[in-house]
Design a protein around this ligand. Structure first.
Ligand SMILES: Cc1cc2nc3c(=O)[nH]c(=O)nc-3n(C[C@H](O)[C@H](O)[C@H](O)COP(=O)(O)OP(=O)(O)OC[C@H]3O[C@@H](n4cnc5c(N)ncnc54)[C@H](O)[C@@H]3O)c2cc1C
Length: 374
């Protein structure tokens, strides 16, 4: 594809904006089509960049892609900093368990990570209280994952919008009912991507997630200094710190179609689980509750690649779209310029499910997450 050719990106979430920025900076003329850029799942997300504790058994390709994605984050954030601070945090993750069944699961995770050669430390007793004084008495041990990062998703989106504008990206505030006429099109419409191309129809599905945003108040123990992931009675929950004593508590996972309403039950479950891990949460201010739709795929890998010579998919990132934004943007630029993508991205090729361009029935086997840290 010659430089300065016209590229349309459908969807201005973290994936569409990251792709648009990279392509415009490389000399392409890019237009992002979106009635509400920087909204969608990207606006709701927790902000963990934590592939090591994310992957479930059998998802080795997901772990490899996530690890490669994590490697790109420091450079990506440094380049983005010229347009806005994305709030990258480097304190790592603590993984904790509450009930005996959760502790057994934590032991299994420790063994699995050791087998995979991933560096983790087990922290117990006083060491754990010293590390994170706000953890409750039901939490007796933890796995410390030092290499994980976290990002402030909303600061990231603001920085990406500024970077896109600085690179000359144009914005069209319209919802696309069909693919725009352009020399090349990138489909990055998140959970809605399936409406835009027949090969994506059965491959991308909405997975609803609710989060709660909290702020610590005077007199309460401050939030943890790093991401805490927990299993509570088999249900995953996590806490991602933000500046100013703020904390994102997430997240529910439900397959209920395109429903983005926050439910009382979802918030109740999140808060009930949260106070068993961090009892001080009860004294925090509840600033916001929101719901978003993760663009789920059948096997946990995203869908990245060419659907035809001038139509590219960059979607299906499920619960890892923030983590995978930099590596996806690099891959889409490589595809557009006719270059090879990183080997970890090749495993996510959009054509892996398709028979003659339409998703095969096998792809409808949806991966489910039960009793894991995701
Ligand atoms: C509760 C929750 C917590 C999460 N936590 C994390 C986390 O900690 N770490 C992580 O890496 N990931 C996390 N994720 C996943 C991450 O948010 C998603 O993978 C990522 O946001 C997907 O980005 P996207 O750009 O593909 O989609 P979205 O952010 O949903 O953006 C899609 C955009 O496309 C636009 N659009 C849709 N249809 C059209 C159309 N027809 N025409 C024009 N525009 C259109 C929408 O307006 C929207 O702006 C979380 C998700 C949720 C819901």
């Amino acid at each position: 594809m010659p430089k300065h050719s016209d590229v349309a990106v459908v969807g201005g979430g973290v994936i569409g904006l990251a792709c648009a920025w990279r392509m415009a900076a490389a000399g392409h003329a890019v237009t992002v089509h979106d009635p509400a850029p920087a909204s969608g799942a990207s606006w709701v997300a927790g902000g963990m960049l934590a592939p090591v504790t994310e992957a479930t058994p059998g998802e080795e390709a997901v772990l490899a892609l996530g690890a490669a994605g994590l490697d790109r984050w420091p450079g990506f954030a440094a380049e983005l900093a010229a347009h806005g601070d994305p709030g990258l945090r480097t304190e790592g993750t603590l993984v904790v368990a509450v009930d005996p069944g959760d502790r057994a699961e934590l032991d299994r995770l420790t063994e699995r990570l050791a087998r995979l050669g991933r560096h983790v430390d087990v922290v117990r007793g006083r060491g754990l209280r010293r590390a994170e004084p706000s953890l409750g008495p039901e939490v007796r041990s933890a796995l410390s994952v030092p290499g994980d990062l976290a990002v402030d998703n909303r600061a990231l989106l603001r920085a990406l919008l500024a970077a896109c504008r600085a690179a000359g990206v144009r914005f069209s505030p319209h919802r696309c009912e069909a693919l725009p006429a352009s020399a090349a099109v990138v489909i990055a419409a998140g959970a809605d991507s399936g409406f835009l191309h027949p090969a994506l129809r059965d491959a991308v599905r909405p997975v609803k997630g609710e989060i709660v945003r909290l702020r610590s108040r005077r007199g309460a123990l401050p939030p943890p200094s790093r991401t805490v992931r927990a299993l509570v009675g088999g249900r995953p929950c996590y806490f991602v710190p933000r500046d100013g004593g703020r904390l994102v508590l997430g997240a529910t996972q439900e397959e209920v179609g395109f429903d983005t309403e926050v439910t009382a039950g979802g918030v109740r479950r999140l808060l009930a689980d949260a106070v068993r891990v961090l009892p001080a949460v009860e004294e925090y201010a509840l600033e916001e509750s929101s719901a978003g739709l993760r663009p789920g795929s059948p096997d946990g890998l995203p869908l990245i690649g060419a659907l035809s010579p001038d139509v590219f998919a960059a979607t299906g990132h499920g619960r890892g779209g923030l983590l995978l934004a930099p590596i996806t943007a690099d891959a889409v630029l490589a595809l557009l310029d006719g270059e090879a993508v990183a080997p970890e991205v090749a495993a996510a090729d959009v054509t892996r499910f398709s028979v003659s361009g339409v998703t095969s029935p096998d792809s409808q086997r949806h991966s489910r997450v039960v009793g894991s840290w995701a």
